[in-house]
Design a binder for this molecule. Structure first.
Ligand code: 4AD
Ligand code: MG
Length: 507
């Protein structure tokens, strides 16, 4: 018998095939068992008809519980109405295991409940889709860089160097010496770029951020290209090319997955447009509402959104009340009651979202109005500005005092450093941070002192400025941040198989 994967079933019309997988849904009606089987590649409805199979096969099918594992054989028939456009008319069922009562039911669960069961949650369709999109993004990144002759390098994870400030280091005992879990492979990437010309790292990085935001993980994956002979503008061209490539590939190859999560692709298609490049000064004016973007004003937009969120809250509460009254009236059939209850559960979840908006919007309004020139952007500031754009924006030339020690001072204005942050639209904020590197050894030494970093740990790095120094630049893309944006997730925790963040080290 031919073994097949669900994604290929259309090729087997009229033939008998065997699938191996798990039961993701089951319905029974007189003499029929409808099974939705998933095999990791897709989902297929399999129909077991008592009139067409042996008693034993039918009784096996009837015994199946959610997430039971099995091998199932049958004839492939086209059926436009079904997921995947085919259906399996079952001839045989072999059970591997009857699963115990599955803890994740069809009803809406709270996110903490699901996070505690991440090892099982990953099987749900939505998580399946996100993980496949993540995989596609990883593949595109490797393709993009490999096709341009970048060498992939692995930077160490134990390091003696703080690259991104000392406030969020995970300290470890390295045979009696202090070592940190790497915040970034960049410094090593710079060394390797002078050996290879163009390199990129792709590895785990660590930040002991004690903040519980929807953007921060303690362990995340970063892609860090570093290019010799590149300045900040060439760097921005490369970032733009990379992001465009990733998004275009995801749209072209992940139609099913994007459909499963309900992602509006029209918005993503905008990446073919050039990404606006704003200096820090311009970006600040936009945040503060002193400069409009395509007729949109940051402050007014937030104020309008507060008004409509309040209106929506009233609407939801009214609808819940209506449905609760209907249920209480006692005139509904069993099916109607559960239908209404499901709607109520859904609305109650929406309330949480709207209430969250109503907590956030005033904070954003406040931080936009009170933004102090010279500061770095916080999450709120990024949200405020990116809500006004439909493509990623690049903000460059930052006040050097608020950015990393290694950034090159702007030769035209020494108040600024040649850093660039890429902020994703739809409120997602920073997905890439990078810039041109300081090549002046004395300025670097000053900066290392100013940041109170231990000079001995940076001697090797200073060597790179002593032996054949050239202008060079690079950036870091946060993998989970781009997954989050492309999938329009509410939180980075869904963008990585097993998130590590404050308060979560299990499962
Ligand atoms: O802006 P960051 O801190 O820059 C660097 O680490 C540079 N060394 C990169 C370079 O120039 N080679 O981090 C880069 C990106 C951010 O833009 C963000 O996408 C992601 O890494 N990132 C995080 N993602 C999830 N959780 C966190 N706590 C993150 N911190 C940074
Ligand atoms: Mg940054």
């Amino acid at each position: 018998m031919t073994e097949a994967y669900i994604k290929n079933l259309k090729q087997f019309e009229g033939q008998t095939v065997t699938l191996k997988g798990w039961v993701s849904n089951k319905r029974e009606s007189k003499g029929l068992v409808f099974l939705n089987i998933r095999d990791g590649y897709g989902i297929c409805q399999c129909v077991v008809d008592a009139a067409k199979v042996s008693e034993e096969v039918f009784s096996n099918a009837s015994k199946l519980t959610l997430e039971s594992s099995l091998s199932i054989s049958g004839t492939v028939v086209f059926d436009e109405k079904q997921i995947g456009g085919v259906e399996l008319q079952v001839t045989n069922v072999e059970i591997y295991q009857i699963a115990s009562e599955y803890p994740i039911a069809k009803k809406e669960h709270g996110v903490e409940f699901l996070a505690d069961r991440r090892h099982l949650w990953l099987r749900s369709q939505r998580q399946w889709a996100i993980m496949r999109i993540r995989n596609r993004i990883i593949y595109s990144i490797h393709q993009f860089f490999q096709e341009q002759d970048f060498v992939q390098m692995d930077a160490p994870i134990f390091t003696g160097n703080a690259c991104e400030g000392t406030s969020n280091l995970f300290e470890t005992d390295f045979f009696g010496e202090t070592a940190y879990l790497s915040q970034s492979g960049q410094l090593y990437g710079e060394a390797m770029a002078f050996a290879m010309n163009k390199i990129y790292t792709f590895g785990p990085t660590f930040r002991a951020e004690k903040s519980k935001t929807r953007r921060h993980l303690a362990e995340f994956w970063m892609i860090e290209p570093e290019m010799a002979f590149h300045d900040i503008f060439m760097n921005m061209d490369l970032i733009e090319g990379m992001l465009r490539r990733i998004v275009t590939d995801v749209i072209a190859t992940c139609e099913t997955e994007l459909g499963v999560i309900g992602r509006d692709v029209e918005m993503l298609k905008n990446v073919v447009k050039p990404f606006p490049r704003l200096t820090y000064d311009e970006a600040v004016r936009i945040i503060k509402g002193e400069q409009d973007v395509n007729g949109k004003n940051s402050i007014k937009t937030i104020e309008e959104d507060i008004t409509s969120a309040n209106a929506r809250l009233i609407e939801i509460n009214n609808e819940i009340k209506e449905r609760e009254d209907k249920i209480a009236s006692g005139s509904l059939k069993k099916g109607e009651i559960s239908f209404n209850q499901a709607k109520i559960d859904k609305l109650k979840n929406e309330i949480k979202d709207v209430e969250e908006d109503l907590r956030n919007l005033p904070l954003w309004l406040n931080s936009a109005k009170n933004f102090e020139y010279g500061n770095d952007f916080g999450g709120s500031d990024e949200t405020v500005i990116t809500r006004l754009f439909d493509v990623p924006i690049m903000v460059y030339n930052w006040p050097h005092a608020v950015k990393a020690f290694y950034l090159k001072r702007d030769p035209n204005d020494s108040r600024f450093a040649r850093g660039v942050d890429v902020l994703a639209p739809e409120g997602y904020g920073e997905i890439v941070g990078g810039g041109e590197r300081e090549t002046d050894e004395q300025l670097l030494i000053e900066k290392i002192k100013e940041h109170e970093l231990p000079m001995e740990a940076f001697e090797w790095y200073l060597d790179l400025r002593r032996y054949g120094s050239v202008k060079h630049a690079g950036f870091g893309l946060g993998l989970e941040r781009i997954v989050c944006w492309l999938c329009k997730l509410p939180h980075v925790r869904e963008a990585i198989p097993f998130p590590r963040m404050m308060g979560r080290v299990l499962p």
